[in-house]
Design a protein around this ligand. Structure first.
Ligand code: HEM
Length: 435
């Protein structure tokens, strides 16, 4: 048996290419080296598979085979208790506390605020010049997540949080994230020092929200309130620091991802007139006022969202670190090695998705896909906890806007793909015009 699959020799070159052209670089590496290849990972090589059988191996292995990827490197930045960085028993316990707000009826309580946010922001569009669809989607998804997570209903209160959240995200630089030596204050002038200041600001704002919430006798439906009353199995509550870390993580993980996926959906719908016609007709069949549950049950709308998430996944690659040795697609990998899944490569396999580069939502009505063939939200013990929330939001935002506005592509120029923080999204704007 081989220990390492083939892969590009020059790690730095591939990393730089990936930062410039993430999809093209990942797909090209898969074409050149096959379904399972060595890839420049976090700290040394990562073995990546783009084959559904490889995905099955990773998603069905005992969760204790893995540690969270990059936990040691990122804990001082993203918070030591951050769900995405926890492993083993601590991960299971923290996940158990965070899952209930995203389930069924709980999650549906957020439907109306999703519709309202979409209508409010689309009402600001003006006729005659290209609409910044991607920016609008970022504004909508940030508003939705702040309301859902923190219950910030008052626009003024939300504004100061919004500004500071965006500043924290902007202050988060790959330089100090991946190079520990750059985490120095340098008389308060370094990127690291700026990030620390922004984190202190958000902590102070969060402390105010927490104080107000604890003092308020009224019941609240937001995720913070649910986490405030949640208890670990041994009866103890989350500390304030744990709460802040999880809140920030949910806001960051839930906002850019949903916004980019929505922007791609708008883009593809308006490049395929037959798709748009079928979708608009399906939406017209619903009575006014729009009822979130009825929207979420529309089959073609669901297929459109699935196809946007398939064709341009915001997380083209996901990873874990091996705590124990594992055999992956014939390669015997040692403990300590990073392993990954090229979601993009799986989603572009022609035997699963004929004409894989085409936006064809019908494919999701014609057949079903296993969790190893279709995985925009990852899988196994670390599958995205916000998947249902994100899909619900995508459907409601598309429905609210496409029922009211007739949009046209502003140009037929291709829209590029760029790396945005830890995810991948449209490069620049997706321009549409009001018809
Ligand atoms: C279209 C939108 C979204 C996409 C495509 C997406 C995708 C993903 C992916 C690929 C992962 C990694 C899964 C793995 O490693 O197997 C993930 C994890 C996660 N996502 Fe999402 N996500 C989206 C929206 C959201 C939302 C709305 C939230 C919360 C409000 C959220 C919260 C999380 C959290 C907390 C994790 C870490 C789970 C864990 O490590 O146990 N995501 N997401």
């Amino acid at each position: 048996m081989n220990r390492l699959p083939p892969g590009p020799r020059n790690n730095l070159l591939v990393s730089l290419k990936y930062l410039r052209e993430p999809y093209a670089t990942l797909l090209e590496t898969g074409r050149r080296y096959g379904d399972t290849f060595a890839w420049p990972g976090f700290a040394g090589k990562m073995v990546v598979t783009g084959h559904p059988e490889g995905v099955r191996t990773l998603f069905t292995a005992d969760p204790d085979t893995f540690l969270a990827l990059g936990a040691e490197m990122l804990a001082p930045i993203l918070g030591e208790s951050n769900l995405i960085l926890l492993s083993g028993e601590r991960h299971r316990a923290m996940r158990k506390l965070q899952l209930p707000p995203f389930h069924g009826a709980r999650m549906r309580a957020y439907g109306q605020l999703m519709l309202d946010a979409a209508r409010e922001h689309a009402a600001r569009w003006t006729r005659g010049r290209p609409i910044p669809v991607h920016r609008t989607m970022q504004e909508i998804s940030l508003q939705v997540i702040l309301e859902a997570v923190l219950g910030l209903r008052e626009p003024a209160e939300r504004e100061s949080f919004k500004t500071t959240v965006l500043e924290v995200i902007a202050a988060l630089k790959p330089s100090f994230m991946f190079i520990k030596a750059l985490r120095r204050p340098l008389l308060g002038l370094s990127a690291w020092a700026r990030f620390q200041r922004k984190r202190e600001e958000i902590t102070a704002l969060f402390a105010d929200v927490l104080r107000a919430r604890r003092a308020s006798p009224e019941p609240h439906e937001d995720i913070l309130s649910l986490l405030l009353s949640a208890r670990y199995d041994d009866g103890h509550a989350l500390t304030d620091d744990e709460l802040l870390t999880q809140m920030l993580n949910l806001i960051v993980a839930g906002h850019e991802t949903t916004a980019s996926s929505l922007a791609w959906a708008f883009h593809f719908i308006h490049r395929e007139p037959a798709v748009k016609a079928r979708l608009v007709e399906e939406l017209r069949g619903l009575p006014e006022p729009l009822e979130p549950e009825a929207v979420s049950r529309l089959p073609y709308l669901e297929a459109v969202c699935s196809e946007a998430l398939r064709l341009n996944p915001v997380a083209p690659i996901i990873g874990r670190t091996l705590r124990e040795g594992l055999t992956l697609q014939g390669y015997e990998l040692p403990p300590g090695m990073d392993v990954g899944i090229s979601i993009l490569q799986v989603h572009r396999r022609p035997e699963l998705y004929p004409e894989p580069e085409r936006f064809r939502p019908e494919r999701f009505l014609e057949r079903g896909y296993s969790p190893f063939e279709y995985l925009p939200f990852g899988g196994g013990a670390r599958r995205c906890i916000g998947a249902a929330f994100a899909l619900y939001e995508m459907k409601l935002v598309l429905a609210a806007i496409l029922r009211t506005y007739d949009l046209l592509p502003a140009s037929d120029a291709p829209v590029g793909v760029s790396v945005r923080n830890t995810t991948v999204g449209p490069r620049g704007e997706v321009g549409l015009l009001l018809a």
